[in-house]
Ligand binder design. Structure first.
Ligand code: OFO
Length: 170
């Protein structure tokens, strides 16, 4: 049986992962509206990965004989100014999620829940990738600007991202 404090923070992390999916879907809708379908697809892949992150936590709680507590998901922001601003917001969000994952690690350490401490390592590594992926796009947008020809080429490149299900036990 899982410790209650650890259970609560894991349940709250599920909510954050599904909120992330919502946020990226809102960003995807923004790009669709602008006709930037490659950027939109990139965000849809990101949203699906976030749902995987949520489901991995969900399955872990069940495996530890805990109770999954699904709570309401906040509406995401949906008004954006330009592609660069969207990715800057995504980067801020990922940094927030990283700090939230770090809190799970610290709490599970303090509560001597070594199984959760071990489990959450997957998320710690995943966050390094999450931040790097977004930062990579920010750098490109800053380098090439958001002038039409650059965006057209970048949009094509963004559309090449493919979804592969994220699983904990590979
Ligand atoms: Fe789940 O990593 Fe992004 O938010």
């Amino acid at each position: 049986m899982i410790n209650e404090r650890v259970l609560n923070i894991l349940n709250s992390q599920i909510n954050k992962e599904f909120y992330s999916a919502y946020l990226y879907l809102a960003m995807s809708a923004y790009f669709d509206e602008k006709g930037l379908f490659g950027f939109s697809d990139w965000m849809k892949v990101q949203a699906r990965e976030e749902m995987d992150h949520g489901m991995i936590l969900f399955d872990y709680i069940i495996e530890r004989d805990g109770v999954v507590n699904l709570t309401s998901i906040d509406a995401p922001e949906k008004t954006f100014e330009c592609p660069l601003q969207v990715f800057e917001k995504a980067y801020e969000h990922e940094k927030y999620v990283t700090s939230s994952i770090n809190e799970v690690a610290l709490l599970s350490d303090n509560e001597c829940d070594l199984a959760t401490r071990h489990f959450i390592n997957w998320y710690i590594s995943e966050q390094v990738e999450e931040e790097a992926n977004v930062l990579d796009v920010i750098k490109k947008l800053k380098l090439f600007g958001d002038e039409c020809t650059s965006l057209y080429h970048l949009d094509k490149e963004m559309g090449e991202r493919t979804y592969a299900q994220h699983t904990y036990k590979e």
